[in-house]
Design a protein around this ligand. Sequence first.
Ligand code: SAH
Length: 376
Amino acid sequence: MEVMQVLHMNYGEGETSYAKNSNIQRKIISTTNSRLKEAILNIMCNNKKVPESIGIADLGCSSGPNTLMVFKEIINIIYATCRKTGSSFPELRVSLNDLPGNDFNYIFRSLPKFIQKIKEEKGSENCYVVGVPGSFYGRRFPNKSSHFVHSSSSLHWLSQVPFGLATNARTTLNKGKLYISQTSPSDVIKAYVSQFQNDFSLFLRSRSPEMVPGGRMLLSLMGRSSIDPTIEDGCYYQWELLAHALSILVSKGLVEEEKIDSFNAPYYAPCPEELKIAVEKEGSFIVNRIEAFEIEWDASVSSNSSTQCEDKKILLSRGQQVAKTIRAVVESMVENHFGNEIMDDLFSIYSDLVGDFLYKKKAVYVNLVVSLTRKN
Ligand code: SAH
């Protein structure tokens, strides 16, 4: 599977679109608001005066209501600071990056209204927004052009299926599983860890020359709480349940067993220590903080946490919501490998399994928030 060509969130604004099923990612963005403020204020107040022009890049921007949300928050912070200090509103150069398959047209269509609103609210339209298609695992921006780099819910995607698992002889190494599992042999784990290390280091090396000295980076991504990659938290169970749903389709004769064996998700949930070591090894950035937040799988469905006595029916419908969120994210890849015909059946079985799972367990994502400063 060519991840760069295949991976994209579900297009448009329909029932299964990312735009309609990305509440959980929106919630994740909101949890980082205080860190966002800290970073922007630092950029503005570090120099004696507010920079005349500020470069901002959002990496893995996707399409939908979340795309411009961070940008709007940044404008609010900058505007409030300018008013407080009596400085004039800086020019903002905003780059929205994602893979070429992203629905950039959706974003472009919403931009004129967005810019017009800024003009009305803040009296300034000194914002220049561009779309930058291409992988963030590589150079994307000119030298010293970014003051602030942001990326949310994106860096857990690897640039490719782990190298050691992509070659023909080894594709069945992770039998019956789609990601690292308790039953995965150590070679599978090694392949995932090594692919992540290579990718994350390339990400940092690519950003390093693009950022101004003292520039800030705020990254949030799915992670795990322990050094042990087989720990059952974070997204672990989501891949397990998807593998289970596929195995049910195997028993119905709708999917070949080998198809499951040969699918390995280009995804990795690191632990905080791995991130810290990788940043220190690359050497261009100072780690300000690495924090871990837990977010319930169905946090976007209801603000009340599930209790034992809750009706099973409610949890089953929550299962459907969670399954829709996952479908909007993984469908492009799963469809590419297993074929379009089984998608509705697969996600229907999956939503039952998730609902059932939520009935038995309180399931949480582990979201890691990394705040870095480009060294001088
Ligand atoms: N930031 C948005 C979108 C998260 S979805 C939000 O918080 O809602 C993850 C996005 O990362 C997807 O749009 C996916 O296409 C993008 N992505 C994954 N790998 C990427 C890569 N190597 N380069 C650029 N974008 C990537």
